[in-house]
Design a binder for this molecule. Structure first.
Ligand SMILES: Nc1nc2c(ncn2[C@@H]2O[C@H](COP(=O)(O)OP(=O)(O)O)[C@@H](O)[C@H]2O)c(=O)[nH]1
Ligand SMILES: [Mg+2]
Length: 194
């Protein structure tokens, strides 16, 4: 897919601010710093449309990026950010879960984990929540550029074995630094928005 006119549309802090045009939503789920915002920028070929940071913010907001009036990328708040108070982490978790459990427009969850590390306890909790919700989901093992190319597939398989031992959830490597991984993800997205 060639994206022509991606637009940041809204940072929603409550449901009444979510878009009302019914476009399908492709949702980025993953812990803080895993690369959700970078994923959006890489897919749409814009360096800075989505704000990336090594110091994740504390705000509870859903960022909606309108992609050519065809669908939205929805960048969820990251979970498991250690500098956030426990109370704030619980609130973020509830905010995410409310969106995931009520939003009819969700077409696909893209669940991001770091290819270099075993999933954390928060990853397992969120992954189980997504699966129990019954929403379509794929796993992307991100930051694949950080390991040797010959090891990428084994690392991705190892993560899948942990999160999804039955092996029925498509698991692919990804890297915001390396375009080779994005075409396959576009193919999947196109299936889900049509
Ligand atoms: N090497 C590498 N760094 C990445 C990749 N994706 C994200 N990052 C870096 O990881 C940090 C957090 O990324 P960001 O997109 O802000 O994560 P978010 O908190 O999940 O939105 C930033 O410094 C990014 O440059 C990737 O695929 N490869
Ligand atoms: Mg982000």
């Amino acid at each position: 897919m060639i994206v022509k006119n991606p637009q940041f549309e809204v940072s929603a802090v409550k449901e009444s601010q979510y878009p009302k045009n019914g476009l399908p939503e492709i949702v980025l789920v993953g812990k803080s710093n895993v690369g959700k915002s970078s994923f959006v920028n890489t897919m749409i070929n814009r360096k800075k449309l989505a704000h990336t940071s090594s110091e994740p913010g504390k705000t509870r907001q859903l960022n909606f990026y309108n992609i050519d009036n065809l669908f939205y990328f929805v960048d969820l708040p990251g979970y498991g950010f250690s500098k956030m108070s426990k109370q704030e982490q619980v609130k973020v978790g509830q905010f995410i879960e409310h969106y995931l459990s009520t939003r009819k427009e969700i077409a696909l969850i893209i669940f991001l984990v770091d290819i270099r590390h075993d999933p954390t306890s928060n990853d397992f909790l969120m992954y189980d929540y997504v699966i129990r919700s019954g929403l379509p989901c794929i796993i992307l093992t991100n930051k694949a550029d950080k390991i040797a190319k010959t090891k990428v597939n084994n690392y991705a398989k190892n993560i899948q074995k942990q999160l999804n031992p039955i092996g029925d959830i498509l698991t692919l490597p990804f890297s915001s630094e390396n375009k080779i991984y994005s075409q396959e993800v576009w193919n999947i997205i196109e299936e889900y928005i049509n």
